[in-house]
Design a protein around this ligand. Structure first.
Ligand code: PMP
Length: 415
């Protein structure tokens, strides 16, 4: 069979919805300056779907630094991979400052989070080693694990008892192969908002021998007394062997980094294929990241502002009997029950009639019958935004409970 024909028969779990959803739920266009209020299809919406936690995306100092760096250096500089011709003092300065910020000896800049973490996993393990990872890990971790030629064991999300079982199995295998064990988890899980149980995982070191890699994409800049992330929040930052974060969230940019002891970061510099065989991070992004990091360090009020909104929002939802799961971070999932069709009607109603834009998560990402409206608060939202949102959610929840969205099919969706 023609390979393209086969693809087009099905289009994949998301592509299947392309004809009815594109431009609305998939690939929507949010227009205007990045802010809590933007335009969607010509109408103003209160936006809760951008990971702009600290509001840096449109911070005047950030905009200025980005523009000036683009003017001074252009987007091309430096050309080539970091190892060959793409290194600069600025890249090294950023690495030093990132390492200091997350309380590690050294850091390595990565040109994207996704490739970066895949490739780090690939660089660390060989077929004798065993990877043990959390079942709710981000796709970039899962894809890194897929590159691994040896055994991999997954433990149910945050289930420490099961993790111990997997470590037991892994230890038996590595005793035979002579390999080691890499445990991978996240600081903050982006769907549930749960923190990874880093403290508990680290405690297992008394019985098992393993190294720990933590993806703290959502925790960097938002969690811990200085914003150094979930390790800092749980008092175990020093026990994380490799600390990873992307710039795609609090830093409101592109790029990522991994930090740890100098000798292992040196190893990664020479063995991470996504960096050796790809172009270095362009100068405006490096200089822009230095500015963002300076603001993270010097403006703790940005984090305070974020948490004021987070607390008001989460307390508001709880007080109004919404189920927001077990989040203990800014990520706020509102869990509702309904079909995919109801989810679509409800989300359209929210956007069109209540002016609220948030991500809607449905089957197959969550089990059939569950709808998650995922809210990402930021430092630039206001308490009025929170109030407007709770009021709107009360209204749509009532409609959902009354079966309103069953009949009111604004769009047709296949289950
Ligand atoms: N890890 C996690 C947990 C993420 O949420 C993301 C998505 N931003 C990535 C890795 C990938 O990062 P990037 O967008 O920089 O490729």
């Amino acid at each position: 069979m023609d390979i393209f024909k086969k693809l087009l028969l099905d289009r994949g779990p998301l592509g299947r919805h392309q004809n009815i959803e594109e431009g609305y739920f998939m690939f929507p266009k949010l227009e205007g300056e990045i802010a809590p209020r933007m335009k969607f299809r010509g109408k103003e919406v209160l936006t809760w779907s951008l990971n702009n936690y600290l509001g840096l995306a449109n911070h005047p100092e950030v905009r200025e630094a980005d523009a000036q760096a683009a003017k001074d250096w252009g987007l091309g500089y430096p050309m080539g991979a970091r190892m060959m011709s793409g290194n600069t003092d600025y890249h090294e300065q950023l690495e030093r400052e990132l390492a200091d910020f997350v309380q590690k000896e050294t850091a390595m800049l990565l040109n994207y989070g996704y490739q970066g973490i895949c490739s780090i996993i690939d660089a660390i393990v060989d077929r004798k080693d065993v990877i043990v990872y959390d079942a709710e890990s981000h796709a970039s971790i899962v894809d890194g694990v897929r590159l691994h030629m040896g055994k991999r064991f997954v433990f149910p999300h945050n289930n420490m008892e099961n993790l111990e079982k997997q470590l037991d199995r892994a230890t038996r295998i590595t005793n035979e192969t002579g390999g080691g064990i890499l445990v991978i988890t996240e600081g903050v899980f982006g769907m549930s908002g749960n923190m990874g149980l880093l403290k508990e995982i680290v405690a297992l070191r008394s019985e098992y021998d393993f190294r720990l890699l933590v993806d703290d994409a959502h925790g960097f800049g938002t969690m811990g007394p200085t914003g150094a992330g979930v390790g800092e929040a749980q008092g175990v930052q020093a026990d994380i062997d490799l600390y990873f974060s992307t710039f795609a969230k609090s830093m409101a940019s592109i790029g990522a980094f991994v930090a740890g002891d100098k000798e292992i970061i040196d190893y990664l510099k020479y063995n991470t294929r996504s960096q050796i065989f790809a172009k270095s991070v362009p100068m405006p992004l490096v200089i822009g990241a230095l500015k963002r990091l300076e603001l993270l360090r010097t403006k703790p009020e940005l984090r305070d502002d974020l948490w004021k909104v987070v607390n008001a929002l989460q307390e508001g939802f709880r007080a109004n009997n919404f189920n927001i799961g077990t989040t203990n971070t800014p990520v706020t999932p509102v869990l509702l029950n309904g079909t995919v069709g109801e989810a679509a009607n409800l989300a359209m109603d929210l956007r069109e009639n209540y002016g609220i834009f948030c991500s809607v998560v449905i089957y197959p990402v969550v089990p059939k019958g569950t709808i998650i409206l995922r809210i990402i608060p930021t430092a630039v939202h206001t308490l009025d935004d929170v109030e407007q949102t709770i009021t709107a959610f009360n209204a749509i929840k009532k409609k959902l409970d009354d079966g309103y969205y069953k009949e009111q099919h604004l769009v047709e969706f296949s289950e």
